[in-house]
Design a protein around this ligand. Structure first.
Ligand code: SF4
Length: 232
C-alpha cells in the first residue's frame, strides 16, 4: 500500500478504547518519516507552519478522493467551538490579514476586536479567577459555547481561510454535526495520522521558537499583548 495512503489512515478517535500495539507504533513512525520526506527542507518558524499547512491540505485532499465526509462549505459548527492556535499560527493569520486590501482588513479586524472585547467583558470575572487551569478551561468552553469564531463572516464562511490554524484544517467528521449541550466540544471522528503529525510538528516548532508550547483561543487574539495593536 502506498505510504501516502497509509498516512491518511484514521487514528482511533477520542473516547474509543485505544490499543497501542507495535503495528500502530510502526505505522506512525513510518508515516512521520514519510511526512518529513514530503515536507522536504525543514524550514523554520512561520515558514515551517505554512509548509505543514500546504502538505496536510494535500494529504487531506488525497483522503477525500476515496472517502466521504459530512463537512461542506457553509457548515460552520466547528467554527462555534473553542478554536485555538499557537503563537506561530497567529503570526500566519496576522501576516495574511496584513496582505488584504485595507478596507477588507479593517472590516475583519474591527469586528474581531469588538467581539473579543464583548467576550472579555462578559467573562472577565470567571476567566481571571485563580482557579486551576482545568476549571478556567471548562469555564471558557462553557462561555464560548455556540459563539461564532471571530473570523466567521455573515455568510458562514471563514474570512482567513488560507491562514486558518491546523485545528480548523484537520477538523472533519463522517456524522452530520449538531451542537451538543453543556458547552462540550463535539468530537471530531476522523483523525488521520498526517493530521496528528502536522499538529505535533507545529507545537514542537512553537516550543523551539518561543520556549513553550503555547496554544491560545482565537478569541483572545485581538486583545492579546502580542497582537492587540494590529487589531487597533
Ligand atoms: S479560523 Fe476560520 S475555519 Fe477556523 S474556526 Fe475561525 S472561521 Fe472557522
Amino acid at each position: 500500500m502506498p505510504l501516502l495512503q497509509e498516512m491518511c489512515f484514521k487514528l482511533p478517535t477520542f473516547g474509543q478504547e485505544v490499543k497501542i500495539d507495535e503495528q500502530l507504533v510502526e505505522m506512525l513512525r513510518r508515516a512521520k518519516e514519510r511526512f518529513l520526506d514530503l515536507l522536504g527542507e525543514r524550514r523554520r518558524g512561520t515558514f515551517l507552519v505554512k509548509d505543514v499547512f500546504a502538505l496536510v491540505d494535500k494529504l487531506n485532499d488525497e483522503y477525500l478522493k476515496n472517502n466521504q465526509i459530512a463537512c461542506g462549505a457553509g457548515c460552520a459548527y466547528c467554527c462555534r467551538q473553542l478554536v485555538c492556535s499557537t503563537t506561530l499560527e497567529a503570526e500566519v493569520i496576522i501576516e495574511y490579514l496584513g496582505r488584504l486590501p485595507r478596507t477588507t482588513r479593517r472590516e475583519i479586524t474591527r469586528k474581531a476586536r469588538k467581539e473579543a472585547m464583548k467576550f472579555y467583558e462578559r467573562n472577565r470575572h470567571s476567566l481571571s479567577s485563580r482557579a486551576r487551569w482545568e476549571e478556567i478551561a471548562k469555564a471558557l468552553r462553557a462561555s464560548h459555547y455556540n459563539l461564532p469564531c471571530l473570523f466567521l463572516n455573515s455568510a458562514n464562511r471563514c474570512s482567513i481561510y488560507p491562514a486558518r490554524p491546523i485545528d480548523c484544517r484537520t477538523a472533519k467528521t463522517k456524522k452530520r454535526c449538531g451542537m451538543i449541550s453543556g458547552g462540550e466540544e463535539r468530537p471530531k471522528d476522523v483523525r488521520l495520522f498526517c493530521d496528528q503529525i502536522a499538529a505535533n510538528l507545529i507545537t514542537e516548532e512553537e516550543e523551539r521558537v518561543n520556549g513553550v508550547q503555547q496554544v491560545s483561543p482565537l478569541i483572545a487574539l485581538p486583545i492579546s499583548r502580542q497582537f492587540g495593536d494590529f487589531f487597533g
